[in-house]
Write a protein that binds this ligand. Sequence first.
Ligand code: ZN
Length: 340
Amino acid sequence: MLRTTIAGSLPKPGWLAETEKLWPAWRLEGKALEEAKRDAILAALKMQETAGIDIITDGEMPRQHFVHGFLEKVSGIDFQNRQTIGIRNDRYKAVCPTVTGPIKRAGSVHGEEVRWARANTKNKLKFTLPGPMTIVDTLADDHYKDRGKMAMAFAEALNEEAKDLDAAGVDVIQFDEPAFNVYGDEVAEWGVAALERAAKGLKATTAVHICYGYGIKANTDWKATLGTQWRQYESVFPLLAKSSIQQVSLEAIHSKVPLELIGLLEGKDVLAGAIDVASNTVETPEEVAAAIKAAMKYVAPEKLFPCTNCGMAPMPRDVAAAKLKALAAGAALVRKELGR
Ligand code: ZN
């Protein structure tokens, strides 16, 4: 019970890439870069094991950005043809590649990374992929001209990839769908259907992560406009409760999400954020324990997985390491109180 995990990403070491950036440039190239990425995966696994995290990830070390890592080996996308588009309902501008033809996975994208991580930890291993709606929202499109259709094409490519990762022995496959908090109507129309298509037929536990984003200025400015209660989950969770997806990762600590919305996820595993990624202040184990106990009012400890609110990619590395320790220590405190 109360097994700990993280949303996905960890800060990249300074010898691998620029630090504290969302789209960091690599410090190396060619074979040296490939070796450095593998070393960075080892460091990420070790950081989580040392902290005492139960279900760990590769820290998303080999990818420059959580969406575009997958896209780099998908045909139908022109990476030279970059357009500046407004993403997340125009919350911020991003320079994005353009879809110019039918989407097709050109080959294994993350297989080697997963085999490397799997061979180097005995912990349960989670791997994250971008969700179809979030991918669609992070690309310019000159081909499909229909977001739902384009999402389904990506869902099929993601499913091929997920099946490979499944075969490589990953325990949890998580799709990141921050866009679900932005496009409520489209989530109902095609978002959940595309997500289920991406997760179809997997042996691994399936998860979706929905959040209010990294602690970057565009996101904190947006959050300031959302009022005293953030109720975006209210329309999305009932749809997920009816879906085949088994776990839902959500933002909780230091957010304005009313925690009773967790009650809408009946039957699902809940990965509740007990670590704030928008602040460099390290939580105390007691604060983490309080966040866990607040969530436990709405979900049984057997189905609750203390987690981070979101990815930690843009944080200082030592802060992330300290926060992981606080997460594990906080969960241990609650387990002890419960006498287990
Ligand atoms: Zn997130």
